[in-house]
Design a protein around this ligand. Sequence first.
Ligand code: ADP
Length: 551
Amino acid sequence: MNIAAWRYYLRLYQGFHKLLSLSIILAITQSILLFASALLVGYVIDKVLPTRNLSLLVQVAIAIFFIRSLEQIAVLYKQNVDINITKWVIEKIRNDLSKKIYTFSRSYYSEADMGKLHGYLIQDTDRVDTLGGALISNLLPAFLVSLVLSSALIYLNVFLFIFSLGLAPLFFLISKIMGEKVQRRTQQFYDAFLQFNKEIWQALHQMDLTRIQTAENFELERQKRYFENLRVKSIAMLLTNGTYNIAQQLLVTTAGIIILLIGGYAVARNTMTLGNLIAFYFILNLLRNNLTKVLNSVPQIIAGNESLINLFNILEIESCRPYQGVIKLDFSGKISLKSIDFQYNNTWVLQNFNLTIPPHKAVAIVGPNGSGKSTTTYLILGFYRPQKGRLYADDRPFDILDIAHLRQQIGVVMQDVTIFSGTIWENITYGLPNATQAEVVEAATTATAQEFIIGFSKGYNTLVGYGGMLLSGGQRQRIAIARALLRKPKLLILDEPTNHLDEASVIALMKNIKQLQPAPTILIISHNLDIVQEADVIYALENGSLVAKKI
Ligand code: ADP
């Protein structure tokens, strides 16, 4: 039991005082109505049947029918209230999680197991949803109904009730022994499920790779092992749950029979009326149904508890934003990096790195793969903080700036562009849904994308497929450039534009961008010196620092 996780969870119910009270009132109403109908059954046996008054019998039967109908209406209404509460709560958790994941640093993402994280966000929220249902719709009402029904039993026969209570330690013992086993098996099953989810996620993401490597059989064999493990763990969990439920049922049934025997003895000795015994038994049966509900929801609560802890751990991950400043800078496009030293996990990438990108100029950095060019982009975007030195935007240190606001004024095209399933329009306007047709066409034209887009029969409404599969590499890159330009960036960063564009295309693109009014500052990063000749200033990145090639 993780107290902090439960405190977080229960706090989510705080806004639902009124609905929860209504749910409790409805549960109590339900049990009082049940009690009343049990008393009427006893009344029929003790008072009505001996008089052989058929019309009274019919009247009492109608009354019982009426009371039970009312009770069912209360159940229906309560169900409605409970579903509303629990679904709101799980929506709140999902919202909290989705807010949380955007606060993670890039270091977290680069090291996290995304398949697992995906599993937590999907499966664990679902299990916590089930937990909410079990608590609000089963446990809480069953507890209240049991309280009222127990009072009814005390009213009918204290001795029999005390005897029934005597069986409680036995229930407790079985719950303890079996509960631990259920918990262990449930955990093993969920671990297997998480692994299975992760493997499938990965398999779908590397479909092309698997085909290219003709690794289908290898993949199938690998997945088979996960399916097998899932089967074994799932059988073990279900059998343990089943055994647990049957053991509980058996105990409840034995208790019922013993009570019937003792009650029957009391009736035979005239210390209890037959009507009272039947009412007692009737109520005991209701109590048993209630307890069964509770017992059946125990595995769900155990699983939900595990999932709640997983989700809470995600919510507790420190959101280490590299910069905490608040000043919203109206950026002119000037960026400076001064005496920067930067390393990932003890490996220095940049050392004594100095760079100034003047506004409205085009600066190029060339360097071999792995020399730290993309890292420079990440530093400018404020994804990481250098271990030494400082970055400035318009001569203001990053520390005092609202970096998200600064980022809104920077357009970036990374070397591996991200194109998602959807239309070309949706891809270009991502993050700027209110962009006008004229703005989108202007951005696409500058990005040299307009021509091929209107060449498609559906134009901007063309669906691009998963990861932009239906487009060529160059088309994907041009769409990403249009996306970056749409926000009218003050600084435009093009990371390896030659990955998918030929030299002529890059030169045409640079010309278009330079003609924009006002012209953005451009940082172009490449391993190819030839394509950056359009830049005003060219630096080479060598051994972690810059050497001027053209000034
Ligand atoms: P370039 O863009 O010049 O090809 P990068 O800036 O991507 O180079 O990478 C520079 C070096 O930093 C490489 O050796 C790379 O392996 C390492 N590196 C890049 N990203 C990370 C990361 N998130 N964690 C650890 N090392 C990294």
